[in-house]
Design a protein around this ligand. Sequence first.
Ligand code: HEC
Length: 259
Amino acid sequence: MSQKHHTEGCQVTWPRRFYDCTLNEKLLYSSFLLLAGLAYLMALAYLYTSYNGIDGKPGLSVEDVAENYYGNRSGTRLESALRGPMSGYIDTEHRNHVIEWLKSGTSEADYERIIKPIFAERCVMCHSAASGLKIPDLSSYEGIKQVANVDTGVSLHSLMKVSHIHLFGIALVALGIGLVFRFALLPDWFQCTLTLLPFIAIFVDIAAWFLTKWDPIYAYTVIIAGGLLGLSWALQILISLYQIWFLRCRMTIESGGTG
Ligand code: HEC
């Protein structure tokens, strides 16, 4: 007989399972899990729309993640424009002058001497306040500097802001989902691993954001850890929802670890 009694003190207590929960508890847990799952899907959609195509190609890729945190150090917006959409407005020789100037540190003296005449002739008709277009103003040195800085990705400051919000938020959500999931009837090792996984994953994920700023190779870690977070939450939520509504107490089922 495995009649379950809740006993006080240090006598052996059976862990409660979902089938021990009242209807009220089951409704509470189910609603929380469903909303948390929805929130997670929303976060994924948001992530996709904000990362998608940073590197100029559609779809979310390792390059997008790397470029978000590390930036595109090999070039500037100006260089990308000159090699890409604006290439039709300039010939190769003049383009090389501009790119050399970018690589050599964008001195103001060289700007006046070499760059200003090129831009005045080829770019300023569109790229000035007078044109009324909402595009970078390239009629002055200051204007050009705006698009001539090396792209080093998201700033450390905003990374710290997003990190602490994520750490607080995700720790609480992981606690919430984990508190419900502890009622699941599963082998101890599996349940413990799955409970810990979101905490480890978010720690590794956020550490990898900072590492990716340093070396873009860690973009893989960001993606793998993010994927593990999603997978472990999906498993916790689906297993819990299933057991809440479908798992019946069978007298023959002995719970695994009763240490
Ligand atoms: C006929 C008008 C026109 C001319 C001439 C022109 N541009 Fe543009 N440029 C645009 C428009 C419109 C955009 C914004 C749309 C886009 O990015 O394609 C733009 C965008 C840009 C951008 C911003 C790209 C970004 O990262 O947002 C840069 C930099 C740029 N142009 C540089 C130049 C340079 C340098 C020249 C001269 C060699 C030049 N453009 C000539 C119309 C022009």
